[in-house]
Design a protein around this ligand. Structure first.
Ligand code: ZN
Length: 141
């Protein structure tokens, strides 16, 4: 657990360019700004998306590649350090043309139609992920 002061919080808001990969774009932004502890949220639309579902028995992700126009109803995640590099862990809820919603863990492999994001971060704080033996995931210590 990490205790943070609201007055130390900084915010970047912006637009993810057309055709960009959401996870790559936001991760690069974190690297460029040395963001090591924060949160991220995003809304918008994509015409391609890759999400995942973690199989708890097999301890591996099953990827789901979606090649259709979708709304990003909600993308929410956090930013910490994994192997000394800024790492975004985010989940996304998507909506299709019928208004049905579904979602999963955000992976690289998206293409943005239009998207707006918000990153909230704390300059002097570091949140670190380490390999967890039970889940086989990189979790906060
Ligand atoms: Zn996840």
């Amino acid at each position: 657990m990490l205790r943070l002061n609201a007055e130390d919080e900084k915010v970047i808001i912006g637009r993810i360019p057309y055709k960009e990969d959401i996870l790559k774009y936001l991760t690069n932004l974190c690297i460029e700004n040395s963001i090591t502890c924060g949160t991220v949220s995003c809304i918008g639309a994509v015409y391609k998306m890759t999400i995942g579902f973690y199989d708890q028995n097999l301890k591996k992700y099953e990827n789901i590649v979606l090649n259709e126009p979708l709304e990003i109803l909600s993308l929410i995640g956090n930013i910490s350090l994994k192997e000394d590099k800024p790492f975004i862990h985010a989940h996304v809820t998507l909506g299709d043309k019928n208004g049905s919603a579904f979602g999963g863990h955000l992976f690289e492999g998206s293409e943005v139609f239009a998207s707006e994001f918000e990153i909230r971060y704390f300059d002097s704080k570091r949140l670190i992920r380490n390999k967890d033996e039970i889940t086989d995931l990189y979790l906060w210590s």
